[in-house]
Design a protein around this ligand. Structure first.
Ligand code: AR6
Length: 167
């Protein structure tokens, strides 16, 4: 089932949360910074061993101090106007995150709006991509949570689901 909630993804008790990381996987601002702060310094130590991640791909770490068992780090595309393959890369982020989750037996997973902060991807277009990939994995998970940071973002996802005829 796809659920849309508003809140802080670092507070969720699920099997996996997804991080909107950068290619270094060594932390940053936004949700990435919040996840590193809440998970503790062991996350940085672990991620040094992952040696980075290309845009559109995903890597997995333990959740350390978080309530989640796993953190799936994916690197969204920077928005350059839409002609640089951004939509395909964003779709790959969601797909690769789901595939990694399945390989680790994850049943409940929560996503932030990858690329929609610092990386500047337009929120409605990003939500459409997120929701359409979520729908293709819907039956393979117990709960797929779109964790929106603001009420405005939550509204975009709720409207997006309705527009796609999801019940
Ligand atoms: N819980 C849920 N969502 C959040 C939280 C939170 N605690 N904090 C922010 N968001 P961003 P990006 C939302 O900028 O655009 C970092 O520096 C936020 O409102 O975190 O993929 C990385 O290291 C927005 O909707 O990620 C990279 O360098 C969404 O999370 C770069 O930013 C994503 O915003 C990645 O940029």
């Amino acid at each position: 089932m796809i659920e849309v909630i508003q809140g802080d993804i670092t507070r969720l008790a699920v099997d996996a949360i997804v991080n909107a990381a950068n290619r270094s996987l060594l932390g940053g601002g936004g949700v990435d910074g919040a996840i590193h702060r809440a998970a503790g310094p062991e996350l940085l130590e672990f991620n040094r061993g992952l040696a980075g991640c290309s845009t559109g791909e995903a890597r997995i770490s333990p959740g350390f101090k978080l309530l989640t068992q796993w953190i799936i780090h994916t690197v969204g595309p920077v928005w350059y106007g839409g002609q640089k393959g951004e939509s395909g890369l964003l779709e790959s982020c969601y797909r690769n995150s789901f595939e990694l989750a399945l390989r680790h037996g994850v049943r409940n997973i929560a996503f932030p709006g990858i690329s929609t902060g610092v990386y500047g991807y337009p929120k409605q277009a990003a939500a459409q991509i997120a929701l359409s990939v979520m729908r293709t994995y819907d039956t393979q998970f117990q709960r797929i949570i779109a964790c929106c940071f603001s009420e405005e973002d939550r509204r975009i996802y709720v409207d997006g689901l309705a527009a796609q005829g999801y019940e």
